[in-house]
Write a protein of this length. Structure first.
Length: 501
């Protein structure tokens, strides 16, 4: 027998088999049990979360001859007939491929006739947002005065494309993304029925890959089956093109040891397996967060939400590093992840993060709260690393206007906050002198800070961290007499400098 896709085989047949969606399922069941059934429903939410499945269960349940507490019996002629599509009273239409006004008129031309076998004529219109305007108008007419024996169930992933006139005539049900726990559990159940040896951890990995959609989870499990009936984390990683536990540990190890060549070698290997770089950034963030947690005095594997074996490995690695490095890593990979999300080149963003971490001289500092008097401690001793930096002078940051313009191309609100601000370069950090609102915004919004950093990098070709101007303001108030030249050059570039002469 040909293999039937797991997601089809495990389509829920009763409300009790539906994973998650408690609110939706409960209120549908209550309605049926109370015998008060609306005439138009709208099921909306992410793809693969149970909309079509629930529409079908609902169609059976309201027509079932032995309905029990809102659940269909699946045994009676009606239930069976709907299941094998021999009952014509339930019509399913895919608006993605039948979206014209004629298509809608076709099905609406029969709404007046009483159902043949069932109690209600049920019209399930999937992907309803795809209907043409004329088709929506035709549908609207029927929704305004539906015959008592007709029930419409409209399903859509794109609620905003459904006209308000239609929405206002439907009871709306929101289908949420399923949690990792919910999906993981459902996968373990499927594995059990199918004689698949699926590890708990592999189930969780698949669940997180599926991003809330049960259909995707079942499909990934299906793909893994091509490798046999024993499925562990490594197989999922291979099949899905994500990194493996060992690879993440090795990569982190290289960075902790500041071994850039080996780190790049690891990345190369991952790339050859077509690992998704954005996902890798997320995994590295999770990993460094785990290292941070593992270093806490009373840390447990439950706290990290990993297996005991994985916890041991993480703990060993955690002891080889410190929280300053971990925080630097977290901020570097967060920045990389954000840049990739904004469409920057993934490989370059990741490389920048790795270069930064493997280079002892450059220590990224996240936005410095302006209220904080001294700069946060940098692990690299300044005198040793860069002796000249002690005498480094404060200079206006020459590329600031350019930077602001670049920000303008990606983030308009941030651009208007930055407009009119000034910036100074000191010890490799760009200190921004702007409105209080700007300071607050940058302090509370990592994403905005990261946009500014990216823009600085684009403008001057070099990575700089940013800080609040107040941190260096005092350096301006005590100009040394031999600093006159500097002061004049600052003045020339439009910087206000107080000198009492
Ligand atoms: N909540 C759920 N519980 C159990 N299985 C589910 C659930 N959601 C989806 N599935 C699985 O995914 C498959 C597809 O589900 P369904 O067609 O109901 O999703 P949908 O929300 O209509 O998706 P789409 O928006 O893509 O049409 C089902 O056959 C089933 O295997
Ligand atoms: Mg569907
Ligand atoms: Zn029945």
């Amino acid at each position: 027998m040909a293999h039937m896709a797991l997601y089809r085989k495990y389509r829920p047949k009763t409300f009790s088999e539906v994973v998650g969606q408690k609110v939706v399922v409960e209120s549908l069941k209550n309605q049926i049990a109370a015998g008060k059934i609306g005439h138009a429903f709208l099921f909306t939410g992410t793809r693969g979360t149970g909309k079509t499945s629930c529409a079908k269960i609902f169609a059976k349940a309201i027509n079932c001859q032995h309905n029990h507490n809102g659940e269909p019996c699946l045994q009676c002629d009606v239930c069976k007939g709907i299941e094998n599509e021999s009952v014509y009273d339930v019509t399913e239409m895919d608006a993605a491929s039948n979206n014209s006004v004629e298509d809608i008129r076709d099905i609406l031309s029969e709404v007046m006739y009483l159902p043949v076998m069932a109690k209600y004529k049920v019209y399930i219109i999937d992907e309803v947002h795809m209907l043409s305007t004329a088709a929506f108008n035709a549908l609207l007419k029927t929704l305004e005065e539906p015959p008592a024996h007709v029930v419409f169930i409209l399903a859509t992933t794109e609620l905003h494309k459904v006209p308000a006139t239609i929405l206002s005539r439907c009871q709306r049900y929101d289908f949420n993304k399923l949690s990792i726990e919910e999906i993981g559990e459902a996968l373990m159940y499927i594995a059990d029925c199918e004689d698949i040896e699926l590890s708990q951890s592999a189930a969780r990995t698949i669940a997180s890959l599926a991003d809330g959609a049960m259909r995707d989870a079942a499909s990934i499990l299906d793909t893994c089956l091509s490798r046999g009936n024993v499925i562990n984390d490594d197989i999922v990683a291979d099949v899905a093109g994500i990194s493996k536990q060992e690879e993440i540990l090795n990569l982190a190890d290289c960075m902790i040891k500041k071994d850039l060549p080996s780190a790049l070698q690891e990345i190369l290997l991952l790339e050859q397996r077509s690992v998704d770089i954005k996902r890798l950034c997320e995994e590295l963030i999770t990993h460094f967060r785990n290292l941070l947690l593992a270093n806490l005095p009373k840390s447990t594997y439950q706290l990290l939400n990993v297996s005991p074996e994985k916890f041991e490995k993480i703990k060993i690695q955690a002891e080889t590093t410190n929280h300053v490095f971990i925080q630097t890593a977290l901020s570097a990979f967060t920045t990389a992840f954000e840049s990739i999300s904004k469409g920057q080149n993934a490989k370059i963003s990741l490389d920048i993060a790795i270069y930064t971490l493997c280079n002892t001289q450059v220590v990224p500092v996240s936005v410095v709260p302006a209220s904080q008097e001294q700069r946060p401690a940098a692990p690299a001793p300044k005198q040793q690393a860069a002796p000249q930096s002690q005498q480094e002078k404060i200079i206006p940051f020459a590329q600031w206007l350019n930077t602001i313009d670049i920000v303008g191309t990606v983030d308009k609100p941030l651009y208007s906050l930055l407009k009119g601000s000034k910036a100074y370069l000191y010890n490799n950090i760009v200190y921004i002198d702007g409105h209080e609102a700007l300071n607050n915004y940058l302090r509370g919004n990592r994403e905005a800070a990261s946009i500014v950093k990216q823009a600085i990098q684009q403008a001057c070709g070099k990575m700089h961290n940013i800080g609040g101007y107040k941190n260096i303001a005092d350096k301006f108030e005590q100009p040394k007499s031999d600093g006159l030249e500097d002061i004049l050059s600052l003045r020339n570039s439009g910087v206000e400098v107080n000198i009492n002469d």
